[in-house]
Design a protein around this ligand. Sequence first.
Ligand SMILES: [Zn+2]
Length: 52
Amino acid sequence: MTVKDPVCGMELKEREVRFTSEYQGRTYSFCSLACKKKFDENPEMYLRAMQT
Ligand SMILES: [Zn+2]
């Protein structure tokens, strides 16, 4: 199974994900700590971008 990093758009293997954040009851996965930090600073912006 793959999940998508909402910051850079990279497809990640779920079992290899090392960085995650919870936001509004959902868990988001990131390729790197840098992407996680960007998401944590402005989650709404990235979630809006994902939905387009
Ligand atoms: Zn990323």
